[in-house]
Ligand binder design. Structure first.
Ligand code: GDP
Length: 297
């Protein structure tokens, strides 16, 4: 019942890449995301990123944007993929240079490869005296992953998420990778995208962070997300600012849904509020029937 209009090539406009950070526990995912969030504050933007909404966008000095899914760990990525949501364009895989290529590093590599998502390696913690980035690159080469320094095509950069060394260059490499993908979307239609996170806030009701992937989400739109629906009452960005419109590759926190959809649920904007409600109700009913059936078996 949900029809998403086909785009003709002339409707498509360049959009920012959407990046996920993965890697073994303690190798520095959170530190990297925090560093970028705090330090990469932006020419012309007033105020830093103050809200944790599960995703954020940064604008680099050259004016180019990158959107980060701010949910480190594989859970978000795998949960979303399990629900059929492919939101990530590029994966940064963080590997601590004072450690080895660990099980979750390998897992992250497999996830990215299975999803067909290009990898940029961030060889982290190079400020540590025991750091040995070459050992990591050799380890990658042994897995048939040749990084540029080793004559291969895979981008990698040595960084310290603590001091910030190399982070800017890492992001430049992410943008180079993004250029090859020629990412585009049509901003001029009803929005659709994916739910990043959602929760019940005591004062504000249900708050959902969504990533707009196509079209533009506007205040007053009727939204359908998983088994929930509602009219968009307000939107806030990662700086806590009120926003009236959110285009492709924009993460935005939305008020107005009648419940909390799950991370990875698709959302769509419908012309008709009643239809959105009906589809949400029908989906909820199907889910209930399914769970009754599984309980019987
Ligand atoms: P995560 O589990 O991958 O999110 O790892 P964290 O970002 O939580 O980092 C794990 C630990 O390593 C923390 O104590 C960080 O302070 C530390 N750490 C992360 N990056 C660096 C770095 O570049 N240099 C140093 N010296 N420590 C780091």
């Amino acid at each position: 019942a949900i029809e998403v209009e086909e785009d003709s090539p002339k409707d498509l406009e360049p959009r920012a890449p959407i990046v996920t950070v993965m890697g073994h526990v303690d190798h520095g995912k959170t530190s990297l995301l925090d560093y970028i969030r705090k330090e990469n504050v932006i020419a012309g933007e007033s105020g830093g990123i103050t809200q944790h909404i599960g995703a954020y966008s940064v604008t680099l000095e050259n004016g180019q944007k990158i959107t980060f899914l701010d949910t480190p760990g594989h859970e978000a990525f795998t949960a979303m993929r399990a629900r059929g949501a492919q939101v990530t364009d590029i994966a940064i895989i963080v590997v601590a240079a004072d450690d080895d290529i660990m099980p979750q590093t390998k897992e992250a590599i497999s996830h990215a490869q299975a999803a067909g998502v290009p990898i940029v390696f961030a060889i982290n913690k190079i400020d540590r005296p025991t750091a040995n980035p070459d050992k990591i690159k050799e380890g990658l080469a042994n897995m048939n992953l040749l990084v540029e320094d080793w004559g291969g095509k895979i981008q990698s950069h040595d960084i310290s998420a603590k001091t910030g060394e190399g982070v800017k260059d890492l992001l430049e490499k992410v943008l180079l990778e993004a250029e090859l993908l020629e990412l585009k979307a049509n901003p001029n239609k009803l929005a659709n995208g994916t739910v990043v996170e959602a929760f019940l806030d005591k004062g504000r009701g249900y708050v959902s962070t969504v990533l707009v992937q196509e079209g533009t989400l506007c205040i007053g739109d009727y939204i359908l997300a998983g088994t929930h629906s509602g009219k968009v009452k307000a939107m806030h960005d990662e700086r806590g600012k009120n926003v009236k419109k959110a285009g492709p590759a924009t993460p935005i926190s939305v008020l107005g849904l009648d419940g909390a959809p799950q991370a990875g649920d698709k959302f769509n904007v419908l012309e008709d509020e009643r239809e959105a409600k009906q589809i949400a109700a029908k989906r909820a009913q199907l889910l209930r029937e399914q769970s009754v059936r599984t309980q019987r078996h």
